[in-house]
Ligand binder design. Sequence first.
Ligand code: UN1
Length: 502
Amino acid sequence: PMPVALYGFDGVEGRANSMGADLACLQERAPLEKAVAAAVVESVPEATKADVDTAITQLQAGFPAWNSTPLAQRAAVLRRAADALESRLPEFCGLLVKEAHKTLGDCVAEVREAVDFCRYYADQAEARLASQALPGPTGESNELHLHGRGVFVCISPWNFPLAIFAGQVVAALVAGNAVAAKPAEQTPAVAQRMVALLHEAGVPRNALALLHGPGETIGAALVADARTAGVCFTGSTAVAKIINRTLAAKDGPIVPLIAETGGINAMVVDSTALPEQVVDAVVQSAFRSAGQRCSALRLLCVHESVADGVIEMIRGALKELNVGDPSRLSTDVGPLIDAEAFDGISTHVARLRKDAKLIGETHLPAGLKHSVAPIAFELPRIADVSQEIFGPVLHVVRWGGDVDAVIAQVNALGYGLTLGIQTRIDSRALRLAHAARIGNVYVNRNMIGAVVGVQPFGGEGLSGTGPKAGGPHYLYRFCAEQTLTINTAAAGGNAALLAGFT
Ligand code: UN1
């Protein structure tokens, strides 16, 4: 049998029983704590539009040589990067805590995920991107060749500033592309250090460029450039649509967009579900990482027969969480990324305090910057949740009657990223999963922390284009395909054939 998690970090993140469970597997806490104390967030140079132009020119020049580098060598570069990153785990965790304010447990998981992406895409490239001979008629040779498309633009978010950044970049690189990477403005330093590591591992300077700056200017200039051969984007649905429009309107070739965006992710709980299991999954899915994951649970749909009990347990669980300094191992929930996020979530919570029924909230110690308390509200209808709220805010709705109608209402929200199903009726779980237009469906467990290579991640509808990151089809979208058909009967054969017609 296959090991449970080939590339994931032993599946610990996905199956953690409490927020601190993955920390139990950390053998070396002291180096981590030291690394956090020592971490320095360097400032980075901001790019200009002229820099974008120069970078694309250089990448275009570097592309043919990198694209012609044998697949095994490109894969070897990724494996060297993985080894280097793994050996520098404490340092990168320290930087992540300081720059992205993620909890130490989340940072360890994130560095491991980035390592997994490098190793997984190296393996996938070798397994899937090699040229193949295709059977055809006698006198002809047919081959399928996959290679890079050219200059690929990768635009990544602040919530996984290392794992998603690195995952996009190494996927594009190993497929043979030259890459222009534009990390989130909030988290440039970790991207800067990862790019240095990739260059040290053997990615040529003119095959990978890093451009810092706002999406509205630098991201937009990269996307709009006629020479851009593809875009990989993780972020909001609204920005994905802007990118799509820009790509459609720009001069030059028709190019692909790989977009992974947001979700109004639901968990559907029926009358047979185990309440303890539900509440454990809810706490992990809604509040871990301060709810700043696109996979996070936003909408809990609980059957009326078990709702009172589940709600009571959620209230109790909320009281137990620790909001605090992300560098402390005892902290469950750290701060939001910045003041803008804090204002947005605070406004939403203030509105719900007036319009919805408060279920419970976590105590918020005084003096924390940009922190909001995990909180849960009850609302009358699924349709009352119409917006992705990127923070530790849970919306609970009771349902009665037909469970299939609940899935229909969730589908009607238009997003399709993650779904939780809690039931002890196996056939029902399968029927609902099949009916859901949703990319990642989790039955009787939490719904975050997809493991690279084991749980390919990504959505449909308003949640993105696919293919799934960390899955077997991802690299193909970064490639151009060429079918090479050669008449092996050669010129003499053709001549003989033609002679027959005269
Ligand atoms: C994101 O939050 O932008 O499964 C996507 C998970 C992560 C989500 C990453 N892979 O929780």
